[in-house]
Design a protein around this ligand. Structure first.
Ligand code: IDP
Ligand code: MG
Length: 151
C-alpha cells in the first residue's frame, strides 16, 4: 500500500474543477486520507519544486502555483503513486491522452491542473511538506477488500 501527495493546482481551483478532479481519483478506488485547501507560500513552492530550480520555466512555475489556492490530497491505495500519475496523464494537456485528468480538462502548455508525486521518495518528502501527522486520517474503507483485493 502506498500513499501519495496530489494537489489540484490554482487553475483547477479557478476553473471549478476541484470536484471533478477529486472524483477521478475516488472513482478509481483511491482512498482519501488527507484533504485541505491552502495557499502555497513562495518558500513552500520553492521547496516543493527545488529539483526544477535553474530551468527556464522555474520562475513562471513558482508564480503559477502561488497564484491562488490549491487543494492538497493524500491518496492511498495499491501502487497509488504510479496509478495517480497515469490518471493525471502526460505533463501538458495537448499531449495527455483523453480519459486522463490533464487530457480531458486541459490544453495548455504551461497550466496543467494537477500535481502528483512521481516516486516513493518524492511522495514521502511531499506528504511531509503538506500534511502534519495528525492531519492524515487513518480510516478503513468499508469496501477495502473488494476494491483493493489482496495486495
Ligand atoms: P509533472 O508535473 O508531470 O511531474 P515536471 O516535469 O515534474 O512535470 O514539471 C513540474 C511542473 O513544472 C509541471 O507540472 C508544469 O507545471 C511545469 N513545467 C514543466 N515543464 C514546463 C515547461 O516546459 N514550460 C512550462 N512549465 C513547465
Ligand atoms: Mg514532476
Amino acid at each position: 500500500m502506498e500513499t501519495t501527495l496530489i494537489f489540484v493546482k490554482p487553475d483547477g481551483v479557478q476553473r471549478g474543477l476541484i470536484g471533478r478532479i477529486i472524483t477521478k481519483f475516488e472513482e478509481k478506488g483511491l482512498q482519501i486520507v488527507g484533504l485541505k485547501m491552502m495557499k502555497l507560500s513562495e518558500s513552500l513552492a520553492k521547496k516543493h519544486y527545488s529539483v526544477h530550480k535553474g530551468k527556464p520555466f522555474y520562475p513562471g512555475l513558482i508564480k503559477y502555483v502561488t497564484s491562488g489556492p490549491i487543494v492538497a490530497l493524500a491518496l492511498r491505495g495499491p501502487r497509488a503513486i504510479e496509478t495517480c500519475r497515469k490518471l493525471m496523464g502526460a505533463t501538458f494537456g495537448y499531449k495527455a491522452e483523453p480519459g486522463t485528468i490533464r487530457g480531458d480538462f486541459g490544453i495548455s502548455g504551461s497550466f496543467n491542473l494537477v500535481h502528483g508525486s512521481d516516486s516513493p521518495e518524492a511522495a514521502k518528502t511531499e506528504l511531509a511538506l503538506y500534511f502534519g501527522k495528525k492531519e492524515l486520517c487513518d480510516w478503513k474503507p468499508a469496501l477495502m477488500e473488494q476494491v483493493f483485493g489482496s495486495e
